[in-house]
Design a protein around this ligand. Sequence first.
Ligand SMILES: *Cc1c(COP(=O)(O)O)cnc(C)c1O
Length: 439
Amino acid sequence: MQLGKLDERIHVMDASSNAWSVIKDIAQSGVQEEAFYVCDIGDIISKHKEWKIKMPRVQPYYAVKCNDSLTVIEVLAALGTCFDCASKAEINKVLSVGVDPSRIIFAHPAKPLSHLRHAAAVGVDLMTFDGERELHKIKKVFPTAKLVIRIRCDAAIAKSCLGKKFGCDPEREAPHLMNVAHSLGLEIVGVSFHVGSGCDDPPIYHKAIAASRKVFDHGVFLGFSMKLIDIGGGFPGEKGCSLDRIAQVVNNALEEFFPDCGTQVIAEPGRFYVASAYTLAANVHSKRELRNVKDGSKTSVMYYINDGVYGSFNFILYAPAKVTPIPLKGTKHAVYPSSIWGPTCEDIDKVVNFIFLPELSIGDWLVFENMGAYNLQVASPFSGFPTPKVHTVIDERGWRLLKNKDLMKETHFVIGNSPPNLPPGTGRDTIDEKSVFST
Ligand SMILES: *Cc1c(COP(=O)(O)O)cnc(C)c1O
């Protein structure tokens, strides 16, 4: 028995439980071997509240590519966000939960023709572009689309620099592109940028918003009805990170360059909403000790876990990152220099190069926080090692907030912490259903 039979529903936890205790219950149930995630919807609700309080003028369009879980999309739709889609399939997924097409921006500057036709067919008319050829494609299949010109403005420090691939130069290229759009009879309504995902350079938003103003003004000069500015993504989402620094820069820059509240301001946060909501637990299934050749003493320990760089830790392959495993069980064992390896036969399948860990035994669990963004979506079951399943939980307060919202149904929820296939009496899953329903 494994988490495998999992349903997509959100489990309402009893008052004495939290995401961490649920991880313990599942890991220590005696029946779980495969790596698994716990997704805490309460964390996503807190993020949304934080956004609303700190950047009240900016309407979030959640970037679906970051984590396209149907549950996440449903919850965000119920909370009132809009959506940034990058493909036909993402558009369909968002529409499938009942979101109106007017709440979607097709924010990919280079769109395959069939995807553009699909957007036209389903009425998703707001979209970005950054080149002349895209304008001709749009003219051909969707001439009434509302266009947002994407300019380039890169953060000095970011986890990934999207400017290498997209965005026109705001001074040299943007005016020309807007002239072309004008002569083709197309409609430009706004300006967008993306400073880079995982941005650690808050002042860049000021520079980008200033550059957007100039482009915006050229649009006004050409007679376009300019009404939107899209500040993209780049916001941090890990536990303990705060939106404060970026929010302050953004709010001030909007005040300075777009004081007119008639200008609609949107953003495309991905990482911000989901990174900290997902926690991964992986099982130590094998182990190897390295010893000093002279005296035979243990010098370091290699652990093999059942998720790796072909799975949830895919990001390690393209961006070196510090990964911090937390042993689920505290132990008093001696600490050794350790390395952690993924389950496949490949030598690059290494999750942690060097860390001091108390000695672990086979069957022990390692927990990894902040795993909700750009991980599960790119994971593959390479070499027959399955990608982890997700168990979704919410606390009672979050459940009360969501259950009566539009687009959420009572049937999305199930009362009780744990997956139904864990043996009765496992862990702390002894909820009194009446007490939850009656209050
Ligand atoms: C990836 C992407 C996002 C999301 O970026 P985050 O840094 O995760 O917030 C938003 N907009 C576009 C166009 C993207 O490509």
